[in-house]
Design a protein around this ligand. Structure first.
Ligand code: ZN
Length: 83
């Protein structure tokens, strides 16, 4: 992005399809999503270390094996998640 900042390349009128700006925003969304997932995994690992993995952060009950299997980074039990 920095490399293209000072150019005046006209990517907005390319008849072949998506503009660079569009593709850039798509990639930024992917990067944001990947960072969020990494953050979730990292906090899940912290909970493992702290011995609170699998404990609902809202009600203190068990998150549930099925839920953890489907979503290993879940921080709340299914009933608290549904609230
Ligand atoms: Zn709960």
């Amino acid at each position: 992005m920095a490399a293209s900042r000072d150019t005046n390349a006209d990517d907005e009128h390319d008849p072949e399809g998506a503009t660079i700006a569009f593709e850039r925003s798509q990639v930024q969304a992917l990067v944001r999503d990947a960072r969020r997932r990494l953050e979730e995994v990292s906090t899940a690992l912290e909970r493992l270390d702290a011995g609170t993995y699998g404990v609902c952060e809202v009600c203190g009950g068990p998150v549930g094996d099925g839920r953890l299997e489907a979503r290993p980074t879940a921080r709340t039990c299914i009933s608290c998640a549904a609230r």
